[in-house]
Design a protein. Structure first.
Length: 217
């Protein structure tokens, strides 16, 4: 099964690819680090991200062996779109695992294509067993604000006194009878540790808000 290290690699590889900073020979040559941009495996084309991960004949054989034979798969020219589309649908797990093992095969030329194919299949199967697609469906729960049939503005308030040393404060918000937010308020009492004072201060604030917003108390 994919280890945490492999998951981190996939996230990193996708970020590098989408930002065009994967250290391919083309990029390294552009920065005067590599003497040539030509792919060291096939020697036919510059080693871009698409070439080393998809279009080089060694990489292309791996994708075709794991049933990525559609011509559209090899026609993408935008890396981000290619990765996003590959991560959709029933073959998304195989695609992500394929990226990992194609990269591993680049750094290990002794690995046969049949071994790579078997590793991809086993890794994908282990992930699907650990995280099945058909999990229990949770029932949707609808929550709404209730004005209890009052035709006026309504205030909801709360206060707290927590910790040691205690931190005390209160706040509230005002909605109209349709549930739309009108205003809100909050206050932090710096010098108090008394919950009774919080309640009294809250009552004062409620009275002030009542005059402004015609509240039902």
């Amino acid at each position: 099964m994919f280890s945490r290290r492999e998951h981190v690699w996939c996230d990193l590889q996708q970020w590098l690819a989408c930002n065009n900073v994967v250290p391919t020979l083309t990029l390294l040559h552009h920065r005067n680090i590599a003497p040539s941009p030509i792919c060291a495996r096939c020697g036919l084309q510059d080693e871009t991200f698409f070439h080393c991960m998809r279009d080089c004949r060694f990489s292309k054989d791996i994708w075709q062996h794991i049933r990525f034979n559609n011509s559209c798969f090899f026609a993408y020219e935008d890396i981000e779109v290619w990765i996003k589309d590959g991560m959709k649908g029933p073959n998304s797990t195989t695609f992500v695992v394929g990226l990992w093992w194609v990269s591993m095969s680049i750094n290990n030329e002794q690995m046969s294509i049949h071994r790579v194919e078997a590793n991809i299949k086993n890794s994908a199967d282990n992930i699907l067993q650990a995280f099945p697609l058909h999990q229990a469906v949770q029932m949707e729960r609808y929550i709404r604000w209730n004005n209890h049939n009052f035709d006026c503005n309504i205030l909801n308030v709360d206060g707290s006194c927590l910790g040691s040393p205690a931190k005390v404060g209160f706040g509230g918000l005002i909605r109209n009878n349709a549930g739309y937010y009108l205003t809100g308020f909050s206050r932090f009492l710096l010098t108090s540790t008394d919950i009774l004072e919080v309640e009294l201060q809250l009552f004062i604030s409620i009275c002030q808000q009542q005059k402004t917003w015609d509240l039902l108390l």
